[in-house]
Design a protein around this ligand. Structure first.
Ligand SMILES: Nc1ncnc2c1ncn2[C@@H]1O[C@H](COP(=O)(O)OP(=O)(O)O)[C@@H](O)[C@H]1O
Ligand SMILES: [Mg+2]
Length: 240
């Protein structure tokens, strides 16, 4: 479970996140929409313990990320827009390196192969260097690394941006399987249609504020696209 409690993050005068309260339960996918600069990545950086909140608390599986960062990090996996992998390593080598870095021991060759298979990497790509990989293949490997960590909480920052429709759909299918395994999943995206297709709840952030949360039922009844565009337009007008 991910709990964000009264969390604010300010950079000088910039209020990147204001008093955010949000809990993501095991078996839930929460997607956060928001224009550039809304505070989505900052929320993730604080949740991962990469930067401290100005005030408030984030807990991963009940562990305070600021007070006990090393313990908290064991329970969270992170997939970014441009997953950082080693170009000169093969897919298999990257997977093994990051799996060991994540603290897992006693992983067999068969385990590595099974996870690469599961995320839909072609068999002939396992032993190829990352250099020539498409963005979709890199994202698949990124999620394979997250799966190997077997963390309860998975945070993804625009993981599907730049993916073609087929790769994007496959990626979301994987997330939905992980939800079935009781992971608590948070994803940011610019893509309203993907957000709506997969999420149990969708949030809208503008200028550091979580201004709206849609439940699954509301997503089916309300016009998410219109409401989102209204919020973003209002924000742009206020700034002008
Ligand atoms: N390290 C930083 N130093 C100063 N300002 C930052 C830093 N990181 C983010 N910001 C500012 O915080 C705000 C929110 O940014 P960010 O969380 O990256 O938004 P998003 O991911 O929603 O596009 C922006 O105004 C951004 O310029
Ligand atoms: Mg961002």
């Amino acid at each position: 479970m991910l709990e964000i409690i009264d969390m604010s993050k300010h950079y000088g005068d910039v209020h990147a996140v204001n008093n955010l309260n949000l809990t993501i339960q095991p078996g839930e996918i929460f997607t956060m929409l928001g224009a550039n600069g809304a505070g989505k990545t900052t929320t993730l950086m604080v949740s991962l313990g990469f930067t401290e909140p100005t005030s408030g608390t984030v807990k991963i599986c009940g562990i305070d990320v600021t007070k006990d960062p090393l313990e908290a990090k064991k329970h969270v996996a992170y997939v970014s827009e441009n997953v950082m992998l080693y170009g000169n390593f093969t897919a298999r080598q990257n997977l093994e390196f990051f799996t060991k870095l994540g603290g897992r021991k006693n992983v067999s060759d068969a385990d590595y192969e099974a996870v690469m298979e599961r995320v839909g990497l072609q068999r002939d790509a396992f032993q190829r260097r990352l250099k020539g990989f498409s963005k979709g293949m890199r994202q698949k490997l990124g999620i394979a690394i997250a799966i190997m960590k077997d963390a309860e909480v998975i945070l993804l920052d625009e993981p599907t941006s730049g993916l073609d429709p087929k790769s994007g759909a496959e990626f979301l299918q994987l997330l939905s399987e992980l939800r079935g395994e009781n992971k608590a999943i948070w994803m940011t995206t610019h893509d309203i249609f993907r957000a709506k297709a997969i999420a149990d709840r969708v949030g809208i952030m503008t200028e550091g504020n979580l201004v709206k949360i849609f439940t699954r039922e509301e997503l089916e009844q309300e016009d998410l696209e219109r409401i989102y565009v209204d919020y973003v337009t209002r924000e742009a007008e206020a700034a002008a």
